[in-house]
Design a protein around this ligand. Structure first.
Ligand SMILES: [Zn+2]
Length: 275
């Protein structure tokens, strides 16, 4: 996958709340970071007094769901039980009810989708998140700026990338850009100029955060039963669940689609997903 690790220092301190979706979780890097570095997140860092430090709930996320479409990479996170739930699904048709997750991470995902699909992914993030969306994607790089040893390994130049989102587009969708640093303070402008001109290769990643201001009365309360937050990804109807021959199934009464839970993972992949 090659997700750059250096963006984690920007991503973790932005995570708010305790119910988190890691969209495009891959081999579980961010799930693992949330489990081990929860104190670096907003919710994990809130001044624990002595009594609270004895309560492990204060130091752990309540519920982390991982979504991945590629079944070849989910073995590790499954084996190590990094996520409370793992779901196989397309990013642009998520099987979750509205306003389910406090924060959604979308790390190095949208560049792997065609432009028309990436717009749908962004809409799904807006629909399913309650308070925050944290998105990272490669910044357009000119290969001339890069040291040759980075050219072959850099995620920003991966051949599986299909589209690119601009800073302007992200800003128009109310995302705040953390890298490169924004703002009009003169020192920042000088820094940005230098970075763009000479140090561009150091910022080949965009980290963007969108704060949502939704009515908490509309939030879906998440119990630790995945069935409470699932819905048909196509028609948004609640699913009816049954167990058949030891295998769990979710059935949509509207479109008649059946989704299976195999080996502890729900499979919501409905389209040709191979890259
Ligand atoms: Zn349906």
């Amino acid at each position: 996958m090659g997700t750059p690790i250096f963006v984690a220092q920007y991503v973790l301190p932005q995570i708010e709340g305790t119910v988190v979706l890691d969209l495009g979780c891959g081999d579980g890097l961010y799930g693992c970071l949330m489990r081990t570095c929860w104190w670096q997140t907003i919710s994990g860092s809130q001044e624990p007094d002595f009594i609270q430090t004895l309560n492990p709930k204060q130091q752990d996320p309540d519920y982390i769901v991982g979504v991945e479409i590629d079944d070849t990479v989910i073995q590790k996170p499954k084996e190590h039980k990094i996520y409370d739930e793992l779901i196989m699904s397309s990013a642009h048709k998520l099987p979750f009810k509205d306003n389910t997750f406090d924060t959604i991470l979308c790390i190095e995902v949208i560049e792997h989708t065609q432009k028309n699909i990436s717009c749908k992914v962004l809409a799904e993030l807006d629909r399913c998140a309650r308070t925050r969306i944290i998105l990272t994607t490669p910044y357009r790089v000119r290969s001339g700026f890069l040291p040759p040893e980075e050219l072959t390994t850099l995620h920003a130049l991966a051949s599986s990338h299909k589209s690119q989102i601009s800073l302007k587009e992200l800003r128009s969708r109310n995302y705040h850009i953390l890298t490169p640093p924004g703002g009009k303070h003169p020192l920042r402008m000088i820094r940005r100029f230098l970075e763009r001109k000479y140090l561009k290769y150091r910022y080949n990643e965009i980290v963007a955060v969108k704060k949502l201001y939704k009515d908490p009365a509309k939030f879906n309360y998440v119990e630790k039963d995945i069935k409470n937050i699932l819905q048909c990804p196509s028609c948004k109807f609640n699913l009816h669940f049954s167990v058949d021959g030891g295998e769990e199934k979710g059935y949509c009464k509207n479109c008649k689609a059946i989704f299976h839970k195999k080996m502890q993972v729900w499979d919501f992949r409905t389209e040709n997903y191979k890259f």
